[in-house]
Design a protein around this ligand. Structure first.
Ligand SMILES: Nc1ncnc2c1ncn2[C@@H]1O[C@H](COP(=O)(O)OP(=O)(O)OP(=O)(O)O)[C@@H](O)[C@H]1O
Ligand SMILES: [Mg+2]
Length: 251
């Protein structure tokens, strides 16, 4: 039996109101429980727009997105977003930034602080709660960004190039944190949809890679990877999938 459908993208098309140009052209795919999906494609093809549509931040011109069996028409507590530029508010402390992720959740202020504090510690940021984001390194800022996203205990994590602003070493650490987080039974997230330009990152982490064409974006190819993540970059499987993605992107 196939795992539960967490997100279904059904025949989604999109164009901005003020331009007749189509950005996304009839895209459909499914994210199931346990899956890590990467969306790839040329710059400007509509990947971020696609992710925002899934998050309920942008409405599709036609087609529908479902979170489980509910149509997505606005941001929902079951899905959270991680931004490329971290998007922390500089006038709030780190703990307050994490608590922003709880604004739609109806729990007491003490409970909010407790949950945010627990994640701060889990993410190696003990003692930084009362400081402002400007004292943090890029990797620490993105940890706060991820903590803010998961503090509401979402099942689906949507990430738009979350590691691209970080140096290689920091990005690597965060990638393995994310992989182990998905395997951690105490963390609610059970599927991830991530936009990335980094082919190796996609092959390291994803079970399914959705490759989009130039604008208007349609699906060129969907590549499934069955072995367990994170994958060994020196394996034959790894390099052959990397080659396949480059070929699909260049087609
Ligand atoms: N408000 C807007 N009105 C009209 N066109 C827009 C608007 N915002 C974005 N676009 C266009 O929509 C297209 C898709 O943008 P989007 O940010 O989704 O691309 P992307 O694939 O995420 O790009 P990148 O890889 O550079 O992050 C781009 O060509 C952009 O110029
Ligand atoms: Mg983008």
């Amino acid at each position: 039996m196939k795992a539960t459908k967490m997100v279904s993208v059904n025949n989604v098309s999109f164009g901005f109101d003020d331009s007749r140009q189509k950005i996304i052209d009839n895209v459909s795919f499914v994210a199931r429980k346990g899956q890590f999906i990467c969306i790839m494609g040329p710059s400007g093809c509509g990947k971020s727009t696609m992710l925002r549509i899934i998050a309920g931040l942008v409405k599709p011109s036609s087609g529908k997105v479902y979170y489980m069996d509910r149509e997505v028409t606005e941001p929902t507590v079951g899905m959270s977003f991680v931004f490329q530029d971290f998007a922390l508010l500089p006038w709030l402390t780190n703990i307050e930034n994490i608590k922003l992720g709880l604004s739609l959740i109806n729990i007491s202020a003490e409970e909010k602080t407790k949950r945010a504090q627990a994640l701060l510690e889990k993410f190696g940021l003990f003692g930084f709660g009362d400081y402002y984001p400007n004292v943090l390194s890029g990797g620490m800022k993105q940890r706060v960004g991820i903590a803010r996203a998961i503090v509401s205990e979402p099942q689906v994590l949507l990430m738009d190039e979350p590691f691209s602003a970080l140096d290689d070493l920091t990005a690597n650490t965060l990638r393995s944190d994310i992989t182990y987080m998905l395997q951690d039974k105490n963390i609610s997230v059970n599927s991830v949809i991530m936009v990335t330009h980094n082919v190796e990152e996609a092959v390291e982490l994803a079970n399914k890679i959705v490759i989009l064409s130039n604008k208007p974006a349609h699906i060129k190819e969907i590549i499934h990877i069955n072995s367990k993540a994170p994958r060994n970059k020196r394996s034959e499987e790894f390099t052959s999938i990397v080659d396949r993605i480059y070929a699909a992107l260049a087609k």
